[in-house]
Structure formats: C-alpha cells, structure tokens
Design a protein around this ligand. Structure first.
Ligand SMILES: NC(=O)c1ccc[n+]([C@@H]2O[C@H](COP(=O)([O-])OP(=O)(O)OC[C@H]3O[C@@H](n4cnc5c(N)ncnc54)[C@H](OP(=O)(O)O)[C@@H]3O)[C@@H](O)[C@H]2O)c1
Length: 331
C-alpha cells in the first residue's frame, strides 16, 4: 500500500505561526476515478498569506478547517491519469495542499518540464503575477517616477521592484539586512536599498526621495507604511499588496497615523487580490518569461528540503530568513 503523508491544520494560531499549529498524518494513497489524476507533489511554495488562511477570520478565501490538509500550491508529476489530456510523467502545478500525493479533478496546470521549478514557482508563478498586476494595474508607474518597494528582497517585492526599474523608474527597495540590500543593488540593479533593520528609514527616504514617492508597492504595512505616507508625492499610488507585519511574534502593528496625507497629496491607496486576475496568467507569464530570458529580470529562491519541514519553512517568511521565493523540495 502506498502511503500519503500530509500536513493538516491542528489548531488555529495565536500570534506567529507555530510548528504545533500543524500535524503530520499518514493515509493510503487513494485510487483515482474517471476524470481524475494522481500527482506526486515534489515542490511546495510558501506564502505569507497562509497565516491568514488558517486564522478564524473573514478573508478572501474561507479559513482552512481544523483537521483539513493545509491549503497551498504544489508542483509535481502526474503518476496516474484517468483524465483526458494528462499522461503519467506530465509536470503540473495545482492547488492541492501540503500532501505528497494529491488527487486532482483534471484542473491542474501543465508546465513545461524544461523550466526549473524555482522559476515556475517564483517569477513565472503567482508571485511574478502578483508583482506584475499590483505594479501595473494599481501602481501604474511612469518612467522617471520614484517607486519604493517594501519587502523588496522577497519573492513578490523583488519582481515588482525590477519591473519598475525596467519601466524606467527610479526604484528604492526596503529590506532587512545587508545581504538582502546588496542583492537589491547588485543583482536586481535598483537605484538604492534601505536596510530597515540597520538604518534610519525616515532619514534615508528623505535623502533618496527629495521630490516624494510616486508609487509605494507595500508588502509589509505597519510603521514602514506610515513613514512612506508621510513622504508621498502629489497623486501618488500606494499599492497594498501585503501586510506581513500583522503576522509577527509581537502581534498586530498599529494602524497608520499619517493616513490623512492621502488627502493632502490627492493620493490613492488600493488593495488587490491576484486571484481576481487569473484570466491574465498566460499573457503575464509570457511577458515575464521574455524578461527572464533576456536577463533583465533576476529571480532568487530559498530552497529548504524535506516534506516534514513544511511548517518550519513557512515560519522562515515571518522571520525574514528567505531571499527571494521560499520553497520546499521533497527529497
Ligand atoms: N495581494 C495579493 O494578491 C498577494 C499575493 C501574493 C502575496 N501577497 C503578499 O505579498 C507579500 C510578499 O509575499 P511573498 O510571498 O513575496 O513573501 P516574501 O516577501 O518572499 O517573504 C516575506 C518577507 O517579508 C519580510 N518581513 C517579514 N516580517 C516582516 C516584518 N515584521 N516587517 C517587515 N518585513 C517583514 C521579510 O523580509 P525582510 O528580511 O526584508 O524583513 C520576508 O522575507 C506578503 O505580504 C503576501 O501576503 C499578496
């Protein structure tokens, strides 16, 4: 009998995500029925939003139920198929959760097997899509404008920042630590980087953005958002992509004090959910693929290994241990 290992939600987290919020279970790999495929899942991308998905609060997706397999995307190989259009050996991504084997109703997306999983799951995956949509549909940067990105050395931020650079903007990335800031200026070729852990962010923003900030692509929220709101240019756009500061050990951060600057600067602050733009996946992926191929768009992945380490790999995101996309590969 083939065994399926799966991580289920054991309890709702209070504060930061903990190992004990999840439980490793085993069951038999189910037999497939007509119209279904069986996938052996080998790579798992980790998302900060997962902390939101397991909280008992209204969200854009219903909360994962206690005892259910943890929600998430996976990359793997079809090992059995009873669905038209799929054959054993096909490489697919699907939203099948944290389990080694998943039965899919034939809705998985087929992937070019020659593409590296690190690329498929980062710049060419939902991460790249999020960066592209957030920057272009909400931020609408114009060449010559000043764009600031928080969480800039992370998966989404690093792509958003580079896209803004490619579009001719002056781009400043904010990230934690010297190693990440060096990556931002040397590899991602941004105009400047601010280490929010080691530098005075307000003073650096004043120095780097004397004319104000036209577009802020925010992955973080909290005090960083407040500092940027105080430095907006006229008709600035604030793209609320994420608010990871909500999920730290020290609980929710206070709301922005400088929100009234939106009035003074006739600015716009707008959130978005990438899932609303799924009809544009093919178009955006092809744009991003061209930029990766030409060497304009760099991508990075932090690859942890071992299925049993999924919860600890997720925790790395909230501790800022990842540079680029946080992934886990099953050995
Ligand atoms: N709107 C959407 O549709 C959508 C879709 C996908 C993702 N998102 C959001 O986009 C954001 C980035 O996601 P990602 O997958 O690309 O993750 P990521 O940026 O690769 O990883 C998270 C990063 O956040 C930073 N961070 C963690 N805690 C922080 C804190 N308290 N203060 C400041 N920075 C902190 C860390 O970098 P440092 O070391 O620099 O602190 C960490 O590496 C998340 O907020 C996520 O929820 C939104």
């Amino acid at each position: 009998m083939k065994i399926n290992r799966k991580w289920v939600l054991a309890r709702r987290p209070s504060g930061a995500v903990a190992q004990e919020d999840f439980r490793l279970e085993e069951s038999a790999v189910p037999a497939i029925e007509p119209g279904q495929i069986l996938i052996r899942q080998t790579w798992f991308p980790l998302e900060p939003a997962m902390r939101g998905w397991i909280a008992d609060e209204p969200n854009y997706l219903p909360p994962v139920e206690i005892g259910a397999v943890m929600r998430g995307m996976a990359y793997g190989e079809v090992v059995e198929s009873a669905a038209p259009g799929f054959s054993p050996g096909d490489v697919v991504t699907s939203f099948s959760g944290w389990q080694e084997y998943a039965v899919d109703q034939g809705t998985a997306a087929k992937i070019d097997p020659d593409l590296a999983p690190e690329l498929v799951l980062s710049a060419l995956g939902m991460t790249g899509m999020t960066a592209f949509i957030g920057l272009n549909e909400i931020g609408k940067p114009q060449a010559g404008q000043t764009v600031v990105v928080s969480g800039a050395a992370g998966a989404t931020g690093s792509v958003a920042a580079q896209l803004a650079r490619i579009q001719g903007c002056r781009v400043i990335g904010i990230a934690g630590g010297e190693r990440k800031c060096r990556w931002l200026t040397e590899t991602a070729r941004l105009d400047a980087a601010i280490d929010y852990r080691g530098e005075d962010v307000a003073a650096r923003l004043d120095e780097l953005c004397p004319e104000g900030i036209d577009v802020f692509f925010d992955n973080v929220g909290g005090p960083l958002l407040d500092l940027v709101l105080d430095r907006l240019a006229l008709r600035a756009r604030v793209v609320v992509c994420g608010a990871i500061v909500r999920f730290g050990d020290s609980g929710p951060a206070p709301g922005p004090v400088n929100y009234w600057k939106i009035i003074q600067k006739r600015a716009r602050i707008e959130g978005f959910v990438v899932l609303d733009y799924l009809d544009r996946v093919a178009e955006v992926r092809s744009e991003l693929a061209k930029l990766v191929e030409s060497g304009e768009l760099a991508y990075e992945a932090d690859v942890q290994t071992g299925f049993e380490n999924l919860p600890s790999a997720l925790r790395r995101l909230y501790q800022g241990q990842n540079l680029g996309k946080q992934l886990l590969r099953v050995d």
